[in-house]
Ligand binder design. Structure first.
Ligand code: GLY
Ligand code: MN
Ligand code: MN
Length: 429
């Protein structure tokens, strides 16, 4: 790992909160993510399962966590299983956690090697009534590959058919959405690294640079500051490329007179930032670009004010839709008479602003949370309105990350340049 070690208080408290919501006499099992093959004998860079990390702080592959608060043998109330290293692994892959290191990172006293998992589980599982399995219930999840927790469930159900199987996800959905002080600090760190990369890019961009050169600048800054890397595939989309919402080719040359839409952010210690900015390639917005830019910025500012505890998702999105509609009329993109007659289920603004305004942010970029629960203190949400005008080859999105507190909200990206004049000023220094 590249990040500075995190206090294990984060994970100890997370486990305490999690087990407090289990039914009596329950045992919960969590697996790390699979390693995915890239080619012949190589894997993709390993990415820890967010729930596993949330409860253990362990970033290593092939790890298992058992939580059994009512276990009659106190040794097994919290147990971590790790891959045992050897000379071969040490030479080819490098250092793996020792038991002592894993204890320090996680705050878990009982650490065993993976080879002991089956035997230990069998000695305790029949003292539990309920077995909690960690299924991926993110409602944006659409992959069909059976992951470790699912494979474990299949084998456990065959071996222990009369236990009651339960879903950890229901508990984690409520817990993970409320960020603790340490999580807020880590997210802020990811935002700060992202800020520095953006300022670096503002000084770098000029007509003729290629999108991939900008991506390289961003990656450089991220790694120099101990980020794991990008929070998601970076979007460096100049001109009409920005109309494609998930453009990641980043292979075109930036042209004089175009706007570039960036959506890039750092991942630090598994916590993500998520930022979008839209800047003029030549350092000056045209009149039309400025009008569109400021319209989006006004929507972002107005939407940010609505991100407060108690706000309901659908009402929030409807309200932002109305504000956006007003701006699109002002820009001449929508006609107010057509708007008056629009089908409320298919509002016309969606032609130019076709995605949601906000999502939760955390260990996942689109963080695990209920779509139907009102905003709460401790949520971190993005605020990311955009206007996409294919006929003008112009798209503007601005995205900041907003923390809800008892006393309103805090923009974790308030120090990232966003005013058009400020952006122009830095670009022309
Ligand atoms: N970067 C992904 C998103 O904005 O949702
Ligand atoms: Mn986002
Ligand atoms: Mn984004």
């Amino acid at each position: 790992m590249k990040y500075v070690p995190i206090s294990n208080r984060l994970f100890t408290v997370n486990r305490k909160n999690f087990v407090s919501r289990l039914k009596p006499c329950s045992l919960a099992i969590f697996h790390s993510n699979d390693e995915f093959p890239r080619n012949g004998d190589q894997n993709f860079l390993f990415k820890q399962n967010p729930d596993f990390f949330y409860l253990s702080g362990i970033g290593q592959e092939q790890s298992i966590l058992i939580l059994f608060p009512d276990c009659p043998n106190p040794l097994y109330k919290e147990v971590l299983f790790l891959r045992q290293t050897n000379e071969h692994i040490a030479i080819w892959e490098g250092h793996k956690y020792t038991k002592e290191e894993a204890k320090a990172a996680s705050g878990i006293e009982s650490v065993f090697w993976l080879s002991e998992f089956d035997v230990i589980l069998h000695t305790i599982i029949n003292y539990a009534d309920h077995i909690y399995i960690n299924t991926n219930e993110n409602d944006r999840y659409s992959h069909t590959v059976p992951y470790r927790d699912i494979r474990l469930f299949e084998s456990l159900r065959a071996k222990y058919p009369l236990h009651h199987y339960e879903r950890s996800a229901l508990i984690l959905r409520d817990l993970r959405v409320i960020k603790s002080d340490i999580e807020i600090e880590l997210t802020k760190k990811a935002c700060d690294i992202t800020r520095d990369a953006f300022v670096r890019v503002l000084k770098f961009v000029k007509p003729g640079v290629a999108e991939y050169e900008i991506e390289a600048e961003v990656t450089h800054e991220f790694l120099m500051q101990r980020a794991t890397g990008h929070a998601y595939s970076p979007i460096i989309a100049s001109g009409k490329n920005a109309i494609v919402l998930h453009y990641t080719e980043n292979n075109q040359v930036c042209k004089d007179g175009d706007v570039i839409l960036f959506d890039f952010a750092a991942e630090y210690a598994n916590y993500n930032a998520d930022m979008s900015r839209s800047i003029p390639v030549n350092g000056r917005y045209s009149k039309r670009q400025l009008d569109v830019y400021n319209a989006v910025l006004r929507v972002m500012r107005a939407a940010t004010k609505l991100i407060v505890a108690g706000a309901a998702w659908n009402e929030y999105h409807e309200e932002v839709g109305k504000i956006m509609t007003g701006e699109l009329i002002g820009l001449g993109l929508l006609d107010k008479h057509d708007v008056a007659k629009q089908d409320p289920k298919m509002p016309l603004y969606k032609k130019y602003f076709m995605h949601g305004t906000s999502h939760h942010l955390g260990l996942d970029v689109h963080d695990f949370a209920s779509r139907y629960k009102s905003f709460e203190v401790g949520n971190i949400l993005t605020c990311e309105p955009g206007i996409y005008i294919p006929e003008e080859g112009l798209a503007v999105r601005i995205e900041n990350d907003i923390l809800i507190t008892e006393n309103g909200n805090i923009d974790l990206m308030s120090d990232i340049p966003v005013e058009a004049e400020h952006i122009e000023e830095i670009m022309n220094e």
